[in-house]
Design a binder for this molecule. Sequence first.
Ligand code: MIG
Length: 829
Amino acid sequence: MSTRDNGGVAVSDTKATCGWRSIGPVTAHRREADGLVIECGEARVRITPERAGTIRVRLAPSGVFDRDHSWAVIADETEAPTWRLEEDADFLYIITDDSRVHVQRNPCRVSFHASDGALISADDPGKGMSWNGDEVRCWKRLDEADHFFGLGERGCPLDKRGTVLVNWNHDAAEHEPWTDPLYQSHPFVLVLNRGAAHGLFFDNTFRASFDLGKTSTTAFSFGSQGGALNYYFIPGPTPRQVVARYASLVGATPLPPRWSLGYQQCRWSYASARRVRGIARSLREHRIPCDTIYLDIDYMDGFRCFTWNRRRFASPARLMRDLGRLGFRVVVIVDPGIKVERGYSVYDAGVRGNHFCRDGDGKPYVGKVWPGETVFPDFTRHETRSWWGGLYQGFLKDGVTGFWNDMNEPADFAHPDGTVPMTLRHDNDGAPADHRAAHNTYGMQMARATFEGVRRLRPNERPFVLTRAGYSGVQRYAAVWTGDNFSSWEHLRMSIPMLLNMGLSGITFCGADIGGFRGHPSPELYTRWLQLGVFYPLCRTHTCGEGAQDGKAPEQDPTSFGARFTRLNRRAIELRYRLMPYVYTQMRQAARTGLPLLRPLLLEFPDYPEVHRAEHEFMFGNQLFVAPVVREHAETRRVRLPEGRWYDFADATPRRGGEAFDLPVDLGTIPMFARRGAIIPMRDVVQFVDERPLDELILRIFPGSGRGSFYNDDGISYAYESGEFILEDYEVSEAGAATCFELTRRLGSDAFAPKSYLLQFHGIRKAPRSVTAAGAALPRVKTRRAMSSSRESWSHDEEAEVLSVRLGKLDPGRTVEVAFRSRRKGTAR
Ligand code: MIG
């Protein structure tokens, strides 16, 4: 099989063979409380304008709708939109405030339109909604300008047009760039057509597939091997609206604890307390900022979950305390497979509580994972989730701060296809079903059990959970990493479109293993990967050292490639820490709006199609463009910025968007550009995020007019939900021979406001005539170093072309005005 094949795709994933029935003519219709019910012979279709900007379509071939239950969709507090029904001889029309649904009567075909009637998406005239036994499928018209994004965790390329993608969570241990499926299932697609976007979310947990113009040039389709044809249409038209609506449907990534946004160091395994202390000490000695160290499966006693190997970890609590003093948090791995062994408390309690999945014959199913014979908790059962959540108490007592859920597809070594038998029974939230229905949600429900359990046990702290498997909505409970990648340039590149599409699919908090999991990177590859990885929302090095004997395998951390590379690696990680106020602010916005931190260009520039398929460039938040170096021995990096004016982040060199240019690079270069008028909140370097409070906020300000924001809170608790935070909005404007900077809004509590500000106006060639704050002139001092933090003043660095202004308190209305001698005012244009 060539690596370009869709390894996991079965014939029935795509082909409509004999036995398929397409829905026929409308025979009756009636308005019900929640929508329009349409009869087509025996079959029923229900179309519901459920919430603003979202229309739901359900099909019941037999006429009886399934239980209305979703693992993905969250409750909506807003009122259901009002709508009216119109009809004529050929069509029924559902008309809402922001869109229209047209239902053709013969045969029944559904199309979605903008309020002005313009067509957005239509059923394929030939097939439309169809079924074949348990299988269901919906064919939609394919336009030659349609491009497809989203669909969660996938290999190359960014635009999925021309592929068939399968949803079936899979332990894809040896995956390559075209392997599909991988570990997660997100049946959400964003369709982009000449800058206009709409979304389709097929909420079905069975093995499903999207055929995005591979087997037909006139139709694309989605369908599954069981469950209901049940999907949501999201009209857009901007990609941001689609992403935001989808996130409000399935839930956004909540604000994580700040420490989890720092650098994380992992390995399979740091397999003894001595090894863990060793890596911790080494990172601090080399002054590599780091917040988190992970313990992989070898910390356990014989791979028994929730135990410690006391030979290698004599006193976990003492280890956690000592690491805590150095500013480290510890995350431990927990797998779902429980060792079958009487006397092992987790096994015994699980048997007593009826927590393990049974096979079709009614006996607990025994598979094989790390501990040998294992049973699998039924995470689709409420009681089992709450039992499992409670098991984390011991870890919390020991001082462990976060949890890593692996192998939760679930992986089972006992079967050639890598997972448990389809005959396995699941509670399925009170509607018992076999594994075909539960497979894709198993991992998500494990992450949920973990998140909810830890939250219950430690109600004042935001849990940190990392999961490998998931289904739509998993982001409500856990961050996601992309599994067992490989140490190659190709895998480095692959991680970018993969994470960008995950971001569109609601998974804001995601990352790939920096340096590659399998194999060993060259020093250059590791450094380049780290220079990219500091922009992964989840910034973690991980590698496979072959278990407990990993003494033999080379180290993979920022200090393990020699002094020269350690220096480069330190600089990359320091950039992440300097940007932490920006990162945290963007994560807060992501939690509110669903717009991810790591963004494909199409999200910000829908009207600039030249960059829609850019795979190796991205936006970091809404202000920064990054074009990481992704090729070995690169001496230049070709960059094409989106339209508009841009400034090199390092030295404010102006760049015109729309034109490609070759940027000279050396091993330390991280090509990064700021938008015109960008205001980036930053701070001094710390060795871990909360080493020192953020007393002085640095605002890096680029030429032009624009805005920025800064969010801050205690970084760990839920107090921000009751006002314990600060949110500041800033504005910079260029007018005539002056540049004005203003804090336009402050919300929340002063306790989290900076004590002072350092405004750094970049690209200022000549010293200004004056700098005033609320009309009062500030004194000029010679150099930035001479500026004291207690006195307001300014200085100009001619070589760096930076004007620094230090201010005490900023208040709304206290405008800072920088006046130049002439209109040209010496700014870089
Ligand atoms: O069968 O726990 O993807 O990150 O280090 C391998 C050992 C099991 C797979 C995970 C990887 C982890 C490893 N795990």
